[in-house]
Ligand binder design. Structure first.
Ligand SMILES: *[C@@H]1O[C@H](CO)[C@@H](O)[C@H](O)[C@H]1NC(C)=O
Ligand SMILES: *[C@@H]1O[C@H](CO)[C@@H](O)[C@H](O)[C@H]1NC(C)=O
Length: 355
């Protein structure tokens, strides 16, 4: 569940490119695929080993000085530092990738390090969204994988749900963020003190509010406590309620107390991106048709108003024929991956080629 760009590269590398006018190029050979796989593997270990050797247990590696980045110690980057919670972010975010790499012995070592070193009782304000997708998602996916591997991988036989207990502790620390009259969560929360010091916070982004359901639902189903899933569903319901009723498009910034739009420009990149992703994946993970129906309405709207092959341009949600800007941000590069997941491969290939 933690984001895995490596997997996206794999998926897209296997898509065979063709256009109307050109002959279909020959498909990739098995040797070429293996070579790309090994290239991705060595890129992963380059980053992972450098982090473990030079930065761990800090949250991030600073790639130029080759030192760990510590919240409140290294010079602040403003909002970007909201991902840093003094909880070894990069290691937790990498756990599932170690399993994808088939590296069970390093996975075992990494899980033991997390259980020894990671804790959440810190007086630190973190991004609810980033903490959910990377930390909660990382802990939950590692828990599910460790549980599944335990019977077949002897070195993992000791594993007995310890990561789930950590995930539940973290999940409870995120819950105060949902205490708004709209159910749309605050963008930030203090890991130790909840909303203390955050009474001024009023705005959040669509993606921030709408990228909780996979991890929160998994946490509820695994622990048996429905509260996490309920909060995330409520936020999703509210987002769906405030879509533009004729265009089915979403804006990018919301007032969490009134539910009113603060910014009404509508694209598929920064500020919205993973809300669309989570609508489709909520259907895939939970089997709830409601999310497929919502995703389909949003998808048709995006393809009608935002997709201008070969580019994708943001429009005004209430006047969707009016472009709101004339550039594309890097975050929308996830869109072809979502289209492949949906099975709409042709536009995915076109957009990927253009990117
Ligand atoms: C994070 O941990 C480092 C190293 O222990 C410490 O120096 C720093 O004060 C902590 N940051 C915060 C905001 O607590
Ligand atoms: C939620 O907010 C209300 C009103 O601000 C407050 O009275 C209540 O204690 C809060 N509940 C939690 C669980 O934080």
């Amino acid at each position: 569940m933690a984001y895995c760009p490596v997997l996206l590269v794999f998926i897209l590398a296997f898509v065979c490119v063709s256009t109307e006018d050109e002959p279909v190029p020959s498909q990739m050979t098995k040797a070429e695929r293996i070579q790309l796989r090994e290239e991705a593997r060595s890129m992963f270990y380059h980053a992972y080993d450098a982090y473990m050797d030079n930065a761990y247990p800090a949250d991030e590696l600073m790639p130029l000085s080759c030192k760990g980045r510590w919240r409140g110690v290294t010079p602040s980057r403003g909002d970007m530092d909201d991902v840093l919670g003094n909880f070894s972010l990069t290691l937790v975010d990498s756990l599932d990738t170690l399993v994808v790499m088939g590296d069970f012995s390093e996975f075992n070592r990494a899980v033991r390090l997390v259980l020894r070193d990671v804790s959440f009782d810190h007086d630190i304000i973190v991004s609810v969204f980033e903490t959910n997708i990377r930390m909660l998602g990382g802990l939950l996916s590692a828990h599910v994988l460790a549980t599944a591997l335990r019977s077949e991988v002897p070195i993992l036989r000791w594993y007995d749900g310890q990561l789930l207990a950590l995930a539940e502790d973290l999940g409870r620390r995120l819950l105060p963020a949902f205490n708004t009259s709209t159910g749309i969560p605050h963008g930030r929360v203090n890991l130790r003190h909840g909303l203390r010091g955050l009474s001024e916070s009023r705005e959040t982004c669509t993606a921030c509010a709408g990228t909780m359901i996979l991890e929160m639902a998994a946490l509820s189903r695994l622990t048996g406590d429905p509260v996490f899933e309920q909060k995330a569903h409520r936020a999703m319901d509210r987002l769906w309620m405030i879509r533009h009723r004729t265009s089915d498009l979403m804006g990018t910034v919301i007032n969490i107390h009134s539910g009113d739009w603060v910014r009404k420009d509508s694209g598929v990149g920064a500020g919205i991106d993973s809300y669309y992703e989570y609508c489709l994946k909520a259907y895939i993970l939970l089997g709830d048709e409601k999310y497929l129906a919502r995703f389909t309405r949003h998808y048709n709207a995006v393809m009608k108003y935002i997709s201008r092959p070969p580019v994708m341009l943001a429009v005004h949600m209430h006047r969707p024929h009016l472009q709101s800007r004339n550039f594309m941000d890097a975050l929308l590069a996830f869109w072809p991956g979502l289209q492949v997941l949906l099975g709409d491969v042709r536009p995915a290939v076109e957009t990927h080629e253009m990117l």
